[in-house]
Ligand binder design. Structure first.
Ligand SMILES: Cc1cc2nc3c(=O)[nH]c(=O)nc-3n(C[C@H](O)[C@H](O)[C@H](O)COP(=O)(O)OP(=O)(O)OC[C@H]3O[C@@H](n4cnc5c(N)ncnc54)[C@H](O)[C@@H]3O)c2cc1C
Length: 807
């Protein structure tokens, strides 16, 4: 057994073996996998092992496509063939117009990744799947490449290929402890001896938190029991002549695929159960949980109604095993925040279908620091401390109960709510706020005109547009007040702070005390990794502000680049909250509340910051605005938030103050061309492709991350170009992921969209083929399956001169 190597992977299921395989494909062969028992003795051995292509974001579609392609190649090895039923096809059923609208959107999204799905009607569903009844059915999404694979053969094939390339696998080698030495090296202690390595990967399946406990990490992953049953032979299948397609039924909460001449039917029962919450028997190896089909009786009735042949068919066996779930249903693939050189590929709930792609992504991250695709959807840094075990369990149960029901636009489900609230949550609730969730924080989406107002979730425009329009009118004509909960804020201080920040960003760091500036940070490959508002509060003190979701991500990125002395990072996200006071009357309102501050344009110009009093509450006021109107962000310590909010609300009456929410802000920022991190700013593109040229200072002395990469590729054509466009469509905006097309061929992908109420236009942002990025170029955008004319616009749609911001 090796005593030293580059990477140790703990766990020999599909996750671990796929990572091992892909590391060798990336040229890293000094790698070891340790498995406490046999390969595939965790969840992988009893998986239903369906391999599908459907995904709600493009990265998921891409990584699943990679799995399919890889499995096909591996299966074609004549010496070690794998039982892979490639392209049996599969149907996701739809019973409502919303389902159909959603599928049309997902079809367009997949098209951008080169994947062709098809929308079929109920009769066609029945034609392609000979066993189903079509009651309550409107149609379905057809995925031609769906199939299923032998999970053990697949895992062995990956292991075999990795071994052949030089990787080593130690079976019957339980890991008992993992720690990091002061020099940064990791030590993986196994029953057979220690291995010292540069990097460690947790691929421990349902034992993820046993390994986490060794390191001191609580991963937001728990296990659910999950059951399927296998039937006797079914004559209709024997007569069908080809393999019966896979079926996913969001109405009746089950899936099925062909197994021999019968069916495998998996149930997502409402009366579902978590598993292993109080510890896992060390002898649970190649094991199953006791059968409990009684839990599924409600579903069974509906399943039998959908596939009546089951009433006449015997059940051959039942499989009930643990399946891991994260707090949002997506796995945690990537670097563990807070640690150097610690990675995970965990929380895989569809690990057979996705595992090929996850392994590819993780290997790219380990070897190159980033993947071909933006991986935010599966980045471990997307969860913060609120995603504790009990929270994760609640979300996992909810997710399991809704397995095939995708989220509608702006849909925030009830489990695990109120995980993070500010002191004014009850006040906003009293004002009829409809809340969404950002990184666990409750944040007002909009304020209902009355308590009974129902927020319909739809891919089309709904009544909420009118409510949002009224909020915007108040901000535009008078003054509005919005709470931005959870905004990520880090104080960066010390004698080396200014120089260190300058060495990290491609932008200019504000030089004068009191100045505020927008800065971008790049990966070593020169792609956009972070966006922050930097406020210089003293010669040696800055506030770094970024999107709420970036809290762990940005802190981790900064921490791992911290010099040994001279700079300190102090997290402030949980101690302060922003109150945005914005609109033409905001100055008068603030002057009334804070008479000793001079709020005039001369004394308090745009892009500056000053400590102020709001009544007797303290705040740092920044004259910045994400909505394009005159306004200030008041950064208030949470213990005085209620006070500040109350004072502003009371004083605001005479100025026509109205509360507004994040949907109004979303509309207004689109009109101003402002970006959202991880929607319009992704690590797939560099700052020039992202149309951030004015923020990139290539001539600055500092050798910021990404500079060399940008210099090296200077003059090479952009892969994509970021544009803003207006669209001719009366009934809906596009949705992120929708395709931009010319003559039906995809030339780009929508990143954000919404209706601009001040300019009365349907607006979207997208990364598109640079050949179509010039002002005035026309093309189509697919909205709910239909092409609509769109035109590129240059500059900002609203107040392009920033006159209101500077007023
Ligand atoms: C009933 C059922 C049906 C399913 N159907 C599908 C499906 O149709 N399609 C699909 O894509 N997915 C399906 N899944 C999910 C899929 O099987 C899992 O996502 C996948 O198998 C998880 O793989 P893994 O590598 O993460 O975990 P595992 O397979 O559990 O592997 C983890 C490994 O880590 C090892 N390990 C743990 N601790 C240590 C330690 N301390 N030292 C050394 N080794 C350790 C374990 O022994 C184990 O071998 C299904 C799951 C279930 C339960």
């Amino acid at each position: 057994m090796k005593k030293h190597c580059k990477v140790v992977i703990i766990g020999g299921g599909i996750g671990g073996c796929s990572t091992l395989y892909h590391l060798t494909r990336e040229g890293l062969t000094d790698v070891v996998l340790v498995e406490r028992n046999e390969l595939t003795s965790g969840t992988t051995w009893h998986s239903a092992a369906q391999v599908t292509n459907f995904g709600a974001v493009q990265t998921m579609v891409g990584l699943k496509s990679h799995s399919i392609k890889l499995y096909k190649e591996l299966a074609a090895d004549p010496e070690n063939p794998i039982n892979y039923h490639h392209a049996s096809g599969g149907i996701r059923l739809a019973s409502t117009q919303e389902h159909l609208d959603g599928y049309k959107h997902f079809i367009s999204l997949a098209k951008g990744m080169g994947v062709d799905f098809e929308l079929i009607d109920a009769a066609e569903c029945a034609k392609r799947h000979p066993l189903i009844e079509t009651h309550e059915l409107l149609g379905g999404l057809w995925d031609p490449l769906d199939g299923d694979i032998d999970p053990a053969q697949l895992t062995q094939a990956l292991a075999r290929a990795a071994r052949k390339a030089g990787a080593e696998i130690y079976r019957h080698c339980p890991v008992e402890n993992v720690y990091q030495k002061p020099n940064g090296e990791w030590v993986v202690q196994t029953v057979n001896g220690d291995i010292t390595c540069e990097k460690v990967v947790n691929a421990g399946g349902y034992r993820v938190n046993e390994i986490g406990d060794m390191i001191g990490v609580k991963y937001p992953v728990i296990s659910m029991e999950h059951m399927y049953f296998l039937t006797e032979a079914i004559p209709e299948i024997q007569a069908f002549g080809k393999r019966v397609p896979l079926l996913r039924d969001p109405l009746d909460d089950f899936y099925s695929r062909q197994e021999k001449d019968g069916l495998l039917v998996g149930i997502y029962e409402q009366r579902c159960k978590t598993w292993g919450m109080d510890g896992i028997d060390p002898n649970f190896v190649n094991a199953l949980c006791p059968d409990d089909l009684d839990r599924c009786l409600d579903n069974m009735e509906r399943v039998f109604k959908r596939m009546p042949c089951l009433e006449r068919t015997g059940i051959r066996s039942i499989v009930n095993g643990p399946i891991t779930y994260s707090a949002d249903g997506n796995p945690l693939v990537g670097k563990t925040p807070g640690f150097d050189n610690l990675y995970s590929i965990i929380g895989l709930r569809a690990g057979l279908g996705e595992g090929g792609g996850h392994g590819k992504i993780l290997a790219e991250i380990i070897v190159h620091g980033e993947s071909e695709w933006d991986t935010w959807a599966i980045d471990p840094a997307r969860f913060t401390r609120h995603a504790n075990t009990e929270f994760t369990a609640r979300k996992a149960v909810e997710d399991y109960q809704n397995e095939f029901r995708f989220h509608m636009p702006h849909e925030f489900r009830p489990a695990g709510r109120l995980a993070k609230t500010t002191p004014i949550y009850p006040v906003l609730k009293e004002q009829n706020a409809e809340f969404g969730v950002v990184s666990g924080w409750e944040r007002a989406l909009f304020f209902k005109p009355d308590a009974d107002f129902k927020f319909e979730h739809s891919f089309r425009f709904t009544d909420v547009e009118k409510v949002v329009a009224d909020e915007i009118k108040a901000v535009h004509e008078a003054v509005g007040l919005m709470e931005v909960s959870g905004f990520n804020r880090i104080e960066i201080k010390g004698p080396g702070a200014a120089e260190w920040l300058d060495s990290l960003t491609c932008s200019n760091v504000p030089k004068k005390v009191g100045r505020v500036g927008l800065c971008y940070f790049l990966t070593d490959k020169g792609n956009v990794v972070a966006e922050a508002t930097l406020a210089k509060l003293a010669e040696d003190r800055f506030w770094y502000g970024s999107a709420a979701a970036s809290e762990y991500h940005d802190m981790d990125w900064l921490r791992s680049r911290l010099p040994s002395e001279g700079v300190e990072l102090v997290p402030m996200t949980n101690s302060h909250t922003i109150l945005v006071v914005s609109g033409p009357k905001s100055r008068d309102l603030l002057a009334k509340l804070s008479p000793r501050t001079n709020w005039s344009n001369e004394s308090f110009p745009w892009l500056t910051a000053q400590p102020v009093f709001i009544g007797h509450a303290e705040a740092l006021a920044m004259r910045v605005s994400f909505n394009g109107e005159l306004g200030w962000e008041l950064h208030v310590p949470n213990e005085q938030l209620y006070l500040a909010h109350q004072l502003i609300t009371e004083a605001g009456v005479e100025f026509g103050l109205k509360p507004f929410g994040s949907l109004a802000t979303e509309s207004m920022r689109l009109e101003k061309g402002y970006r959202h991190w991880k929607a319009d700013l992704i690590t797939e593109f560099d700052p020039f492709e992202s149309d951030l040229d004015r923020f990139v200072k290539m001539d600055k002395a500092a050798n910021f991350p990404g500079k060399e990469a940008l210099l090296a590729k200077a003059g090479t054509p952009a892969r994509r170009k970021f544009v803003t466009m207006v669209i001719d469509c009366e009934h809906a905006t596009p949705h992120p992921g929708d395709s931009v097309c010319v003559d039906g061929a995809v030339i780009g992908t929508i990143t954000s969209a919404g209706y601009g109420h001040r300019v009365q236009k349907n607006i979207a942002m997208a990364f598109i083929d640079p050949a179509y990025a010039n002002e005035g170029t026309e093309f189509d955008v697919e909205i709910i399956g239909e092409p609509h004319k769109a035109k590129v616009i240059a500059g900002q749609l609203f107040d392009a001169e920033n006159a209101r911001l500077r007023s």
